[in-house]
Design a protein around this ligand. Structure first.
Ligand code: ZN
Length: 155
């Protein structure tokens, strides 16, 4: 059974570290599979649209994203191309509860990641998914949305 993980909140040094890539040869381990399942459960239970491993205390390059086709676990995700056009949009973060702000992000991105079976997937995204991917991959580099946001509201 997947576990509900504890989400680390800002300020915490784990949220500010650059996360390391996982060795693609070690991806099929039970540990990574379980981590993905636990992160998906935690993201869904907390009503998040995305979750990055540093938020549950692990500085490794793993994120989960809730898409219209269901929750996806992405290992070593990377943005490979960014649109020139950017747009402002509202963001929040499970690690910064009650805080919201406007962040300017690329409208469209091409991205790649390794899935749970070790396969490399290449896709493009626009709108909310593009925004979530940029937000989550920022977490892997120790960047929080409040570093980039304007019109910040604290509830
Ligand atoms: Zn976040």
């Amino acid at each position: 059974m997947p576990l509900l993980l504890t989400i680390i909140t800002d300020p915490n040094p784990v949220l500010r570290k650059k996360s390391r890539k996982l060795d693609p040869k070690k991806l099929k381990t039970r540990q990574i599979q379980e981590l993905c399942e636990d992160m998906v459960l935690t993201m869904l239970k907390k009503d998040g649209v995305g979750l990055a491993a540093p938020q549950i205390g692990k500085n490794i390059r793993v994120i989960t994203v809730n898409t219209k086709d269901g929750a996806i676990c992405m290992i070593n995700p990377e943005i490979t191309k960014r649109s020139w056009l950017k747009e402002w949009g509202a963001e929040g973060c499970l690690s910064i509860p009650g805080v919201f702000g406007q962040v300017r992000r690329h409208k469209k991105v091409d991205y790649s990641y390794i899935d749970g079976s070790g396969k490399t997937i290449k896709m493009s995204a626009a709108g909310l998914l593009a925004r979530v991917l940029q937000h989550e991959i920022d977490h892997l580099d120790g960047i929080l949305f409040t570093d980039k946001a304007r019109d910040i509201i604290r509830n």
